[in-house]
Design a protein around this ligand. Structure first.
Ligand code: ZN
Length: 291
């Protein structure tokens, strides 16, 4: 089928509503981690299963990255959302249980970290259902949030997620405030849009299959501080996309520590998980309904 190239906005959702943040906060910080472990290396190329050094990039996550990140979050009394692939829950149950024990939210991130491809809904039905099954079976969790593996999505997948009980998505790049998706058959999930400047993979991951320059502390911190400060001025949400196999590395961990200290100097920031933001958005929607 030929793609529809009719000139129109790709996203039919109306503008983000002007709902206030709770307790008079000026903006929100949404610390989100994508827990891919080895699945991110498998989803793109299954032959990596036997390339053990490539797999070890992801293996770092359960051995070091997740415990270190959990320790940092506990020390700063921060609750975060961890988007976990089903494969990771099955391969590393103890590391994932520690996330839950820390009081954090666990959300859906696919099963084998397969990038959603428009036109192939069957693959995504399996990927989504296996993800739900693994999180329920291993961790007893029914997630309400979803972040698309490798940051892609399409209309039928969004409908499927909504029909499976997903209340919020956190993948789109087109706003700085939450809004609700508009789907051909009615309302879709809430979107808590991400800010790709907060994707640590871009700054701190390099592999021979995707070599790139690493960014140092001052470069990353200046981007994160500037993005955050302006997002605060615009009353938005700063949604972070971090990975324990990146930010759990020694010098990257320090960057996060310093960024948290920067945000802490303001007393008007709502630090929130995706679920808390979705709860708040739904409460505002209900309050805005005509009596
Ligand atoms: Zn991922």
């Amino acid at each position: 089928m030929m793609p529809d190239l009719t000139p129109k906005p790709a996203n039919p959702a109306p503008p983000a509503p002007d709902f206030p943040w709770p307790n008079g906060a000026r903006c929100a910080l949404f610390p989100g981690f994508d827990v891919d472990a080895e699945s991110v290396w498998l989803g793109g190329d299954r032959r990596n299963a036997e390339r053990l050094v490539t797999m070890s990039y992801g293996g770092y996550e359960a051995r070091v990255g997740i415990p270190k990140i959990l320790e940092l979050l506990a020390r700063h009394a921060v609750k975060a959302t961890f988007f976990v692939t089903g494969w990771t829950a099955e391969a590393h149950p103890a590391a994932c249980e520690a996330i839950l024990k820390g009081g954090h939210e666990i959300a859906h991130h696919g099963y084998l970290h397969i990038r959603p491809e428009p036109g192939d809904l069957a693959t995504m039905v399996e990927e989504v259902d296996r993800g739900f099954d693994a999180l329920k079976r291993i961790l007893g969790v029914t997630p309400v949030g979803y972040r698309a593996p490798s940051g892609e999505n399409f209309t039928e997948l969004l409908q499927l997620l909504r029909d499976r009980g997903i209340r919020y998505s956190s993948s789109w790049r087109d706003d700085i405030r939450p809004y609700r998706h508009a789907l051909p058959d009615g309302a879709g999930p809430i979107e808590i849009p991400v800010n790709y400047s907060f994707d640590d993979w871009n700054f701190g991951m390099s592999h021979r299959s995707s070599p790139r320059a690493l960014f140092g502390r001052e470069e990353v911190l200046s981007i994160w501080r500037d993005e955050f400060d302006q997002t605060r001025d615009w009353n938005g949400v700063a949604t972070m996309i971090m990975h324990p196999q990146v930010t759990g590395r020694p010098m990257r961990y320090r960057i996060l520590e310093e960024f948290f200290a920067h945000v802490r100097q303001y007393d008007d920031v709502w630090w929130a998980t995706g679920r808390e933001i979705a709860d708040h958005y739904e409460a505002c929607e209900r309050a805005a309904l005509p009596a």
